[in-house]
Every structure is written in structure tokens, then in C-alpha cells.
Design a protein around this ligand. Structure first.
Ligand SMILES: C[S@@+](CC[C@H](N)C(=O)[O-])C[C@H]1O[C@@H](n2cnc3c(N)ncnc32)[C@H](O)[C@@H]1O
Length: 229
């Protein structure tokens, strides 16, 4: 099967999807992710959704060209609105803003099912997404990073546990990223620090008190520094 190549971000997501589970690719756009998940046999079948007809038709063309139309349903809808409970166990919501991902998860009545596994990758506001997850009883069991063309991404592996957590601010920004010896995780943390440096410099130039952000930067640095044993 002539599958299209995947970039590092999409390869990481594919590697975190459980084998043998029905997959959903929400906001599919090009359709490459669902094509790989089902085309390689990692998942027996699944569905791809998009809110816009244009991207969805690209995904449908790819699914048809690969002969996967019997195993992949292509759906025009907002998030998971037309996805029934039994249709999706491993659910990828990637390449969207943190607010949109929250909207999609809170609108689906089956998000808190114990067999549901979400792979979430927020292009913006990942800290908003993490806060919402923890405050609504979701557990970020693992978070891994990828980099591509100077951009840095994190992918969260999420299950519902029912345990509500009030995260410290540093956790909102670093989530469940633990292993900063991984070059992609290190680069993700450095990028965050650079953004805060810019913010602090701007505030100080404007004569504002930036001590809160400086304290947060110290906490991020401490999390990234290897512990002495
Ligand atoms: C930047 S693309 C990401 C494509 C792919 N998921 C990836 O990560 O490479 C975002 C896609 O999400 C779709 N989208 C945005 N909001 C959506 C929603 N509420 N429900 C479904 N699709 C949505 C857009 O139409 C677009 O095709």
C-alpha cells in the first residue's frame, strides 16, 4: 500500500495509539493519520471527521485511493458529534487549539468511558487543555514530544480516572513531560522558557512587575534540571 509519508509529529502520535483498537481521527484534514493507522493494520478500522467539507474531501480521496473505504468512515461533523460510542476507542485530536480540543471532548457524551484513550496535541494553549483535563477527572498518563522544522509539539496520552486535580502552575505548562534527557522534551522546555523570557523583557520595559513569571521560569528550569542521586 502506497501510504503518504508522515512528519515526526504524526509519527509520534501513531506510535502512541494502542494496537488493535478502533481509531478516530478528529479534524483529519489530509487524512494521513487515519490512513496510516488502518492501512498499516495497527488499527482494524476507524473514522475520520472534519468540520469543513474541503479538508474532508481530501481525506475521502486518500481513503478511497488506498482502498480503505470499507474500514474507514469519513464524517462531516463538529468534533465527535456523529461518532457513536462503539466506533472509537483510541481518539486522536491533533493540530487544533487547546480551546477547540476542550470543546470537542466536553461535547462528546462518551469521553469518560473507561475504554477511551485520547491522544491530544494542541497547537496553542496546551496549558488550558491540561487544566481542563485535570479539573474534569482526566489523567494525563504520559506526554511525549516531537520537533519538526523548528516547531515543538507535545502529545498527551489521556484516560478518564475520575480523580480531580488542581495543578500547580508549572504543571500546566510542562504537563506530564518527565524525561528532559530526551532532546525533543528539552527543546519543548527551552522554547517555553524563551517565550517567558520575551514576556518578562516586555513587562520590565513597560515598568510592570514580572516577578510571577520569573518565579515560574525558575520552577520550569528546576523541573528540567537532572536530579542528583
Ligand atoms: C491544522 S488541521 C490538523 C490536521 C491533522 N489533525 C493534523 O494534526 O495534522 C486542523 C483541522 O481540524 C479541522 N477542525 C477544526 N475544528 C474542528 C472541529 N470542531 N471539529 C472537527 N474538525 C475541526 C479543520 O477543518 C482542519 O481540517
Amino acid at each position: 500500500m502506497n501510504l503518504p509519508p508522515l512528519d515526526a509529529r504524526l509519527r509520534l502520535i501513531v506510535s502512541m495509539v494502542r494496537r488493535g483498537r478502533a481509531a478516530a481521527d478528529v479534524g483529519t484534514d489530509h487524512g494521513k493519520l487515519i490512513a496510516h493507522l488502518v492501512g498499516t493494520g495497527r488499527c482494524p478500522g476507524g473514522c475520520a471527521t472534519d468540520i469543513r467539507p474541503g479538508p474532508l474531501s481530501k481525506a475521502r480521496e486518500l481513503v478511497d485511493a488506498l482502498g480503505l473505504q470499507d474500514r474507514v468512515q469519513v464524517l462531516l461533523c463538529d468534533g465527535l458529534a456523529d461518532v457513536a460510542d462503539h466506533m472509537a476507542e483510541d481518539i486522536v485530536i491533533a493540530g487544533m487549539g487547546g480551546d477547540t480540543i476542550v470543546h470537542i471532548m466536553e461535547s462528546w457524551p462518551y469521553s469518560k468511558g473507561e475504554d477511551k484513550h485520547f491522544l491530544l496535541q494542541a497547537m496553542t494553549k496546551p496549558e488550558v487543555l491540561r487544566s481542563w483535563l485535570w479539573q474534569n477527572g482526566f489523567e494525563i498518563r504520559e506526554e511525549r514530544c516531537a520537533s519538526q522544522s523548528g516547531h515543538f509539539y507535545s502529545v498527551m496520552s489521556v484516560f478518564y480516572s475520575g480523580v480531580v486535580k488542581q495543578p500547580a502552575e508549572v504543571e500546566r505548562y510542562l504537563g506530564a513531560i518527565e524525561d528532559f534527557s530526551d532532546p525533543d522534551a528539552w527543546a519543548y522546555g527551552r522554547k517555553l522558557l524563551y517565550q517567558f523570557e520575551q514576556k518578562v523583557a516586555g513587562m520590565e520595559l513597560a515598568g510592570q512587575d514580572a516577578s510571577h513569571w520569573k518565579e515560574l521560569m525558575e520552577q520550569i528550569n528546576a523541573r528540567m534540571t537532572p536530579k542528583e542521586v
